[in-house]
Design a protein around this ligand. Sequence first.
Ligand code: FER
Length: 384
Amino acid sequence: MKKGTKALITAGLITVMLCSCGKNESEKEAMTEKEKTEVTEGVNETDKNAAGDVTGIDKDSFAAGIKTEDETTTTPVEVTPEAQGGDGTETTPTVTEPEPTATPIIINDEIEERCPASISETRKGVTYRAYTHGTYYSETCGMERGYSILLPADYSTEKQYPVLYLLHGIFGNEYSFSQDASNKIKEIVGNMAADGYIEETIIVCPDMYATADPAQKPGFDGDSCLPYDNFINDLVNDLMPYIESEYSVLTGRENTYLAGFSMGGRETLFITLKKPELFGYVCAISAAPGIVATTDKFMTHPGSMEESEVKIAEDAIAPEVLILCCGSKDSVVGQYPKSYHEMLEANGTEHIWYEIPGADHDNNAIKSGLYNLFKQIANSKNKK
Ligand code: FER
């Protein structure tokens, strides 16, 4: 490859990588209270370029999945919560048109490699609530930390809901998923609940970078990755108790789900291996390397476990369902997710592994993983 071409590609990559997902602290502070509460979707071009000039890393594509061609660009039907902060105050959603007949899906334990269009599409008859933003005090980090939350459209304190904790990729934060309308998370959970396949479910999107030092920033080196592995403490000791006290949630592993993409997939698997009794349903999508020692194109990972430890002990209470998946054309994490599958298999831990044909490190993988997680939940819970 010519030098100039290479430089051009590098510059392009840098610009893409610095997209909106990784708003830094000063940017966050500059947001108005209204902006903080009503998390808007879509990419902010100003943030993109500012970030691009500073770090030279394509944060967006890592944090929340690269948008791909087969994804639709329809605008979601939004309910704008008037006064809904992190306290779960009720709102009155407006449902507009009669519900079209959705193409039924068959609930069984089989994996469908792609999320059906009828599940990820924006339906006129289904109301989707907007994500909101809140904060909690983290003893683990010694500071107030943010999270985005997607409540069911008709959230009511009269009811209680299961909770999915959804973890972003490297360079991401609590806005990574909520600001990317093309991941269709709202549609997938909203449609599957509207169709009656799953219970209405709360989705919590934390900031997974659990550092006690506000000056510390993520990067491709061992030290700057440590806060990601520290998130287990923040999640279990700070965020989960906070969510359980502030929102009307069902508790216990049957009602507590964990999923994540890339770096979030790695931490999803890591947390599940360490605390298997806490989560009933788990999906690690395109899990990044680093749980065990390895060197990839980005960095050398010291690893925090031996390959032989990548397992759930036979006598442990394990998730009902543990899914690992990855796009067949993943250009970022490559064969690492498959290697985790192979370790789990070698170590006798029951799990589901599949590849998403044609998907890269992108939202097609995220949509597929979340759809299959909810489908497994539907199958498992209906059976009982
Ligand atoms: C790595 C490869 C990929 C890595 C992290 C990632 C920390 C994460 C990618 C993402 O979150 O999109 O070697 O090391």
